[in-house]
Design a protein around this ligand. Structure first.
Ligand code: GLN
Length: 492
């Protein structure tokens, strides 16, 4: 029998339905792969007993012909999703030991459909970062390496554990979240597929909040079809999240393999940023050629406010974070450091509990919201946000079905190589992804080739609100045309 971890999610689902092997066999293979890959530091908490118990229950349902759409499929859960009775840390010391008495809606949807939990995946602390180096539990190491060079590389962030675990075949798919690029950027760095759905498509209930008007849940998977299968289970209206939208969830898998005839793909002029590498530009041109060959019409478009997006994002996101993170005061969750009085206890707890990047965001956020600076920074950033949204509305109104851009300005970099002297260097990673969150749109990253050093590179597609189906159709066309992005042999 081939290694069960080498299957895709869709193949495993079909094989389980045929009873080629059991869900317990599948869970055991993955529990073993997780244990053998601890050098990558993908998981903060492993839950092998839960995985085997859920798999046994899946086998019982499959035997009765009552299997759900994800019956017996082992998944990883980003440790930003609350999981009942399983520690949930957001990769922060301040939440260490916090065990929620409830389950996030999205993970509950996955268990409802039969999925099996392997554990909780590492991430940047409170999902703030682009490299998974801000985790209190240490960085995630990418399973990828530059050709002939053992330098440990970042998997991207903040969903670095999710992307690395999927790429290393520790799980068939993983939940992730995206506030400014945290699904798409790590997917691009690891040769996996990641989709950030439209704001409101997935419930945020039970997901630790970073910047509530930007956060969205979505999957990272090994290919477009698997991402489509996962999103269908994750998505749906939830009365517990007032920003969750009550629209039907289509059968996304049916959109995979659809024709591109008559589809108009926009190429935004402003994404040709100064200093873009020839390699990234070449990949983008290649993507344009693939879509043209597949029958799409290519149209040059303009999104004139793009140049302000990163600056505006790094005002809006910290502002919301500073407010959301006010709840970690040593009284209700996780860590408490005693002080001489209650104010001192708050200060001691927050100083000890939050890492450097989180403290920086809280300070920036508090500053831009403070009297005297509110109008100059926060209000102006919100105005820019509206203009960015309007740019997209205009091109979609003019008949564009999806927009093609690079996913990241470079391939993955080495651990410690970026951002230690100047945080802005790290923030620049989000240059192609943040506009999508500012406008609440869906975006997908699909692997499209390898860099000259043998590392994955991804392309991004941006869609109309609630039209994830077009992203799956066009993404699958890129996947079909692109050379296969396959991880070289395991070294860990
Ligand atoms: N890298 C961005 C940030 O640090 C985005 C993070 C995210 O999407 N969660 O804010």
């Amino acid at each position: 029998m081939t290694d069960l971890t080498d299957l895709t999610l869709a193949e495993a689902r079909d094989a389980l339905a045929r009873k080629d092997f059991s869900a317990v066999d599948l869970a055991k293979a993955h529990v073993g792969a997780v244990a053998a890959a601890r050098a990558l530091n993908c998981f903060i908490t492993e839950t092998p007993e839960q995985a085997l118990a859920q798999a046994a229950a899946s086998d019982a349902r499959l035997a009765k012909g009552e299997g759900g759409p994800l019956e017996g499929i082992p998944l990883g859960i980003k440790d930003l999703y609350c999981t009942k009775d399983v520690q949930t840390t957001a990769a922060s010391h301040i939440l260490e030991g916090f065990t929620p008495p409830y389950e996030s809606t999205v993970s509950a949807n996955l268990w409802r459909d039969g999925a099996v939990m392997l554990g909780k995946l590492n991430l940047d602390e409170f999902a703030m970062g682009s490299s998974n180096e801000t985790s209190y539990f240490g960085p995630v190491i990418s399973p990828w390496r530059r050709a002939g060079d053992p330098t440990p590389l970042v998997p991207g962030g903040s969903s670095g554990g999710s992307a690395a675990a999927v790429a290393a075949k520790l799980c068939f798919g993983a939940t992730a979240t995206d506030t400014g690029g945290s699904i798409r950027q790590p997917a691009a760095f690891t040769g996996t597929v990641g989709i950030k759905p439209t704001y409101g498509r997935c419930s945020r209930w039970g997901i630790v909040a970073f910047a509530s008007s930007l956060d969205q849940a979505g999957p990272i998977a090994r290919n477009v079809r698997d991402a489509a299968i996962l999103l269908r289970s994750m998505a749906g209206h939830d009365p517990k999240d007032t920003t969750s939208v009550d629209v039907p969830v289509p059968d996304y898998e049916a959109a995979v393999g659809g024709s591109l005839k008559g589809k108009k793909i926009g190429i935004p002029r402003e994404y040709r940023i100064d200093g873009i590498s020839a390699e990234i530009d070449g990949l983008w041109q290649q993507g344009i050629a693939w879509l043209k060959d597949a029958g799409a019409e290519i149209v040059e478009i303009t999104l004139p406010h793009t140049k302000y997006a990163l600056a505006a994002y790094y005002i809006v996101a910290p502002a919301e974070a500073s407010s959301n993170l006010a709840r970690y005061d040593g009284v209700r969750y996780g860590l408490r450091v005693p002080g001489k009085d209650i104010a001192d206890m708050y200060e001691q707890t927050r100083a000890a509990g939050f890492g450097k990047e989180v403290r920086r965001r809280i300070m920036i956020g508090t500053y831009v919201l403070s009297a005297g600076y509110y109008d100059a920074y926060y209000v102006r950033a919100q105005k820019i946000r509206t203009l960015i949204k309007r740019d997209f509305e205009t091109v979609f109104h003019d008949g564009i079905d999806a927009i093609l851009t690079p996913a990241t300005p470079s391939a993955a970099f080495g651990i410690g190589e970026k951002g230690s002297a100047d945080p802005i260097e790290m923030y620049l990673n989000d240059i192609f992804t943040v506009t999508v969150n500012m406008a609440g749109l869906p975006g997908i990253a699909v692997p499209a080739g390898l860099s000259s050093q043998g590392l994955p590179l991804g392309l991004q597609l941006i869609g109309r609100p609630f039209d994830e189906e077009t992203l799956f159709t066009v993404g699958a066309a890129i996947e079909a045309a692109a050379p296969k992005v396959e991880l070289p042999k395991r070294w860990w």
